[in-house]
Write a protein that binds this ligand. Structure first.
Ligand SMILES: [Zn+2]
Length: 283
């Protein structure tokens, strides 16, 4: 069904575990030439989970793992889970559930600890953390940074990458230094929803042509994503699950063969230790 002769990875999207839509999205991706997915759990409150303790995140993670398993069966390659705590949870806890910033921090760190178990023992390949992309007061920002630094420590301990949701920025050098301080190589920190260039972490570039062109023209490692079905309260249009394979085809037409290999083979290996070639079996 595809003329593409390369693995095609969408580095950050969400699949709805509640009905068939999640697996249908993976099938659309596969039919367009997509082969591999990194599926990030939806925010806990989107799945109706209002956590009181770290263990309450298990329901979110288990349901994500289930839908990822089913998505994997629809691919010639593999779908892997990325598990963690959405940084927007801090505002829900502080503003709506009367948590102090410190108590919110502790709960979110406990959720990260549980996610790290699924990396150490199970199917997850990376952690998800970050800090709000909108303005927050100093205490909430401090709590959020502490959660993110905790995720770097856990990532270093279980030897995995950490995907970040942060404010829009082309320079997160300071954040990458926090990771290095925690023992996690800065290239294993991935900023999702990234522009085409980024100082510090590895950018997971939103698959718009202008952003991809900047990334392709550089020599720097990068990944490609759609952020399909993210928070409805996030600004910006939703990219469909066919977008990454379509953009890969476009990059190849434009002569960016090296960049396609960088984003879909070399960078996944460097960042996640994932081999998108060995795990691809085209029928
Ligand atoms: Zn997302």
């Amino acid at each position: 069904m595809t003329d593409l002769d390369t693995p095609v990875l969408d580095n950050h999207l969400h699949l709805d575990p509640d009905n068939a839509r999640g697996v249908e999205a993976a099938k659309d991706f596969a039919r367009s030439g997509g082969t591999h997915l990194l599926v990030v759990n939806k925010p806990s409150w989107h799945l109706g989970v209002e956590p009181e303790a770290g263990d309450d995140f298990r329901a979110v993670f288990e349901r994500t793992i289930e839908v990822v398993d089913r998505a994997s069966e629809a691919l010639d390659g593999t779908a892997w889970p990325v598990l963690g705590v959405h940084p927007g949870l801090v505002s829900r806890l502080v503003d709506e559930r009367e948590f102090s910033p410190a108590a919110a921090r502790d709960l979110m760190q406990a959720g990260i600890d549980v996610a790290a178990e699924y990396v150490a023992d199970g199917p997850a390949v990376a952690l998800k953390s970050g800090r709000p992309h909108y303005d927050v007061d100093d205490a909430v920002r401090e709590a959020s940074n502490a959660v993110m630094r905790h995720a770097f420590e856990r990532g270093a301990a279980v030897d995995c990458a950490v995907q970040l949701h942060t404010e829009a920025s082309e320079d997160l050098t300071e954040v990458a230094e926090w990771a290095a301080d925690a023992g996690l190589a800065r290239e294993r920190v991935v900023k999702h929803y990234a522009a085409g260039r980024l100082a510090g972490p590895t950018p997971s570039v939103m698959s718009e042509k202008d952003r991809l062109e900047v990334a392709a023209e550089s020599d720097a490692p990068f990944l490609m994503e759609t952020d399909y079905v993210d928070d409805p309260d996030r600004p910006g249009a939703v990219m469909g699950p066919r977008t990454v394979p379509r953009r890969v085809r476009w990059l190849l037409e434009e002569g960016y063969d090296d960049a396609v290999r960088r984003a879909h083979v070399e960078t996944p290996r460097r960042v996640y230790d994932l081999d998108t070639e060995a795990t691809l079996d085209r029928a």
